[in-house]
Design a protein around this ligand. Structure first.
Ligand SMILES: [Zn+2]
Length: 434
């Protein structure tokens, strides 16, 4: 039995201001990457990280056209807050954030199908945000492709030349819908279940294991993956990703990075003789499964909580690192994978880390030498206090050279995988030649 309900959200839509003053620009500039234009974000302001209220989504099925056309958000990772039938097979979708203020990363994911195959147009509109993510579609929720450019129409293009200011205010998608649902999503869907099945698939190797290091507010498991080829290997790496739910491209690069470290190459086997790798591939499972734009169920940006540790996700990693430190592990490298407008590295400056931190810069240089087709900017930070973000905490508390490794939202997926692999190979080379 399906619970069928239609909700019209026309009133809410009027909350979005319609600015029609932008001068038109060529549509292909909306999604085109600037090869090295992204100069990075400003240092993060200090923000409190005690719990704030979060708005849960109403979950269910929207039904239109005499119960023949359906939309749903009733699956993990979905985000769809309202649908309006505008007539003539045109629908407007409303996407809101879990709470505000929030970073402009408007995640969306829903399914649509019909009993009478037809062509429909869907307008995506957002709470206080322009349209950041170029839509992906899938027939099975596993394999995604970007929507064909002729089915994608930006509305009210941005006036800026980069980032959210260059993004259109709305977009319209034209879809051929059929009996079988199609998924429409901001990025590929990697829910906690899918990440766990990847972790389990790697854990069939005798030197890979995984275990829980804590629980989230909604009782999801904080999964730690341990890659350990030798019980006496006390040099350690700490790798994390997905503090921010929509940052799937960072996750894809991290996945390839971990697979390379856990691979069967002679280099990887030798590396594991002396190094143990710890990884938390999904730092924010509540946020991911609830389709959040940025925060966890405490309504907090986890990557501002590495000073005060008010949130269960950051606490679990803090306590894990403390435990491993007391067991005699020496952390020699840390990385936190994210996504943003373009590939960029945020290391700590050697003016504060000295000789110890130099390996991070040698590593960036050797990755760039091997991947000359896409140059990434480097923006080093010389602030160690407050720790607040994971990278700084990793260095200050555990003396590990560490980096925020950012991949572009639209960086081609084969390149993400190649970059993750090359990054792992160059890191093993540098750490083994120490
Ligand atoms: Zn991020």
């Amino acid at each position: 039995m399906r619970f069928i309900l239609a909700i019209l959200f026309i009133a809410s839509l009027t909350l979005t201001s319609c600015k029609n003053t932008a001068s038109p620009i060529a549509t292909d500039t909306i999604v085109k990457q600037k090869p090295s234009g992204y100069q990075g974000q400003q240092p993060s302001p200090i923000v409190p990280t005690v719990n704030k209220p979060v708005q849960k989504q109403w979950k269910g099925i929207w039904s239109f056209n005499d119960n023949t056309t359906f939309f749903t958000n009733d699956f993990d990772g979905a985000r769809l807050n309202g649908v309006a039938d505008d007539g003539n097979d045109h629908y407007t979708i409303w996407i809101t954030a879990e709470n505000t203020p929030i970073n402009v990363s408007p995640w969306y994911a829903f399914k649509v199908w019909t009993e009478n195959p037809r062509k429909i147009t869907i307008k995506l509109s957002y709470q206080d945000s322009r349209s950041r993510y170029y839509p992906k579609i899938s027939a099975d929720g596993i394999h995604f492709k970007t929507i064909d450019s002729i089915a994608y129409k930006p509305i009210n293009p941005g006036e800026g030349d980069f980032g959210i200011k260059a993004a259109p205010e709305f977009v319209e998608l034209t879809l051929e819908i059929k009996n079988e649902p199609i998924w429409v999503t901001a990025q590929e869907l990697y829910t906690s279940k899918r990440v766990k099945s990847w972790v389990d698939s790697l854990s069939v190797k005798p030197f890979v294991s995984n275990y829980e290091i804590g629980k989230t507010t909604e009782e999801r498991s904080m999964q730690l993956m341990e890659i350990k080829g030798n019980s006496t290997a006390k040099k350690a790496l700490m790798i994390i990703s997905r503090q921010h739910p929509p940052e799937v491209t960072g996750f894809i690069a991290m996945k390839s990075f971990i697979e390379t470290l856990a691979g069967e190459s002679e280099q990887a086997k030798k590396f594991r003789e002396s190094h143990t790798i710890f990884a938390v591939p999904l730092m924010n499972p509540d946020g991911v499964d609830n389709g959040h734009w940025r925060h966890n169920m405490g309504g907090i940006d986890l990557n501002r909580d590495w000073q005060n540790f008010n949130q269960p996700e950051t606490k679990s990693v803090r306590d894990f690192l403390t435990k491993k430190g007391s067991e005699g592990y020496e952390f020699v490298f840390g990385a936190d994978f994210h996504s943003t407008w373009d590939d960029i590295y945020y290391p700590l400056d050697t003016t504060v880390t000295g000789q110890k931190g130099k390996i991070v810069f040698d590593w960036i240089e050797s990755i760039s030498d091997r991947l000359p087709q896409k140059k990434s900017n480097v923006k080093a930070s010389d602030k160690l206090d407050p720790t607040m973000v994971s990278r700084t905490y990793f260095y200050v508390k555990h003396k590990m050279p560490a980096i925020v490794f950012e991949l572009g939202d639209d960086t081609p997926r084969p390149f993400l995988k190649e970059k993750g692999k090359v990054a792992a190979e160059e890191l093993m080379r540098l750490l083994d030649s120490d």
